[in-house]
Write a protein that binds this ligand. Sequence first.
Ligand code: FAD
Length: 513
Amino acid sequence: YSTLRLILGDQLNALHSWFSGDKDDVLYVIAELRQETDYVPHHLQKVCGFFAAMEHFAHALQKAGFHVLHLTLDDTEQDDSLPALLARLCREYRCSEIEYQRPDEYRLAKQLAGMEIEATSVKCVDTEHFLLPFDELEQYFTANKHLTMEHFYRQMRRRFNLLMENDKPVGGQWNFDAANRGKLKPADLKEIPAPLLFETDISAIRARLERHKVRTIGELSEPFIWPVTRAQAKQLLSYFCQHLLPHFGRFQDAMTAHSPHGWSLYHSRLSFALNTKMLHPKQVIDAAINAYETSNGAIDIAQIEGFVRQILGWREYVRGVYWVNMPEYKQYNTLKASRPLPGYFWNGKTRMRCLEHAIGQSLTSAYAHHIQRLMVTGNFCLITGIDPDEVDQWYLGIYIDALEWVELPNTRGMTQFADQGIVATKPYAASGNYIQKMSDYCSGCHYRVKEKTTEDACPLNSLYWGFMHQHRDRLENNPRIGMVYRNWDKQSREMRDATLARAECCLDHIEEL
Ligand code: FAD
């Protein structure tokens, strides 16, 4: 073969222009590698999901007549890095050229860009995945500078002419965020549809991971439920459009412990299929808009807009933030947070029901929906001052969809406010009141959400004020926060002291909460 083309585990894009060209002289390589299983401890379902999807993709390409080398951990045991593997394969197959698609992660992009292999030329091409071309990111994003997601999102709506009517947003407004905050009432719980789960046999992959002693976290009950083929991914998309999209926006921020389907609610669970590129974001947006337009009103504008905003807005936005700010972004720790992550993040054993639930389901399903990630685990780490490196490691390992380009701005930026305000204009800090408003977690909790200073008071209440007090100098002049301090100052001296003392006590005993 003259050319070796590398396909990374998150580049399973069957529509890439590579696959419409000449087949004969090209060898495609898809490889399981220890460097990828080990850069952080991953959830068992995440590793199995990536490996299974890679294997299916390799077989689909072979079936379509391409020359594909699918290498398992058994085959790459001798290669201690990706460049080492590529160098060996170029020698073995006498390839004089390597082509690869630009990695979405800085770590891999740097590794491949720095690769030098004797008598071999190396070429990087686009992944053809995102809506916004990579080369244009700098026209929208500036390093170290805040760009409001909403501003970016409106530009994207106009640019790609999505949910637009004569240059105006469909429905007369850009954003229906206010309609996205419904709380689930007991009667709503019975209506939540069961999620679509697949049944892939991954026992061989699992055995391989055990044989190679790959360290993983979390649990896996077989068969495997996540989509691992393009056909399954498309099925999941159709299922979402038909059964979940009609209520997606309304219950976007809701949380419940009282439904067997509460772990995924009306969320699409498409992030894994999107991040592995089995689905193209435009394909997902088009399918959802088509469902909205043909639904005879069953799907209203608040539902579809809320969904399109996540993919056209947030997903493209965090990618831009990531690329213009890396590698510095990974070092930011604006609030100088340094506490280690409590042990219950790894086993879910805490008396705080909200955390127990969000962490527990993350361990059992490698998934939590956005508000659980942002307002339960994320908020807790923020107001207790957990070291952002430890927060990143946890998020990067535990979720099936976790890849650094999307995880990092969400974690370090959106939840931890560690990025000097590049993503968020204020910290997403909340007390137990927010959890009570958006969920039914508090009713079965060991702690009392109405209490602030007692021994059984919800820890979030005092920790919230402890955090606000600690960072007063930085936050007080923020126009979106000033009011909070006025409320604090109105409380009696005794109450403030007792609240801060309780916060101190919670932090001193953080492992026992
Ligand atoms: P849905 O609620 O159905 O949303 C549809 C799609 O919109 C998602 O599949 C996703 O592609 C996109 N989306 C929604 N919110 C965001 C967002 N904030 N940033 C980027 N894309 C978004 N998403 C990841 O894909 N990988 C991660 O590693 C990841 N880490 C996160 C860490 C934290 C602390 C937070 C707060 C969010 C994180 N997210 C991450 C974003 C979001 O929580 C997930 O994309 C979402 O929960 C995936 O579930 P879903 O497919 O059911 O999403």
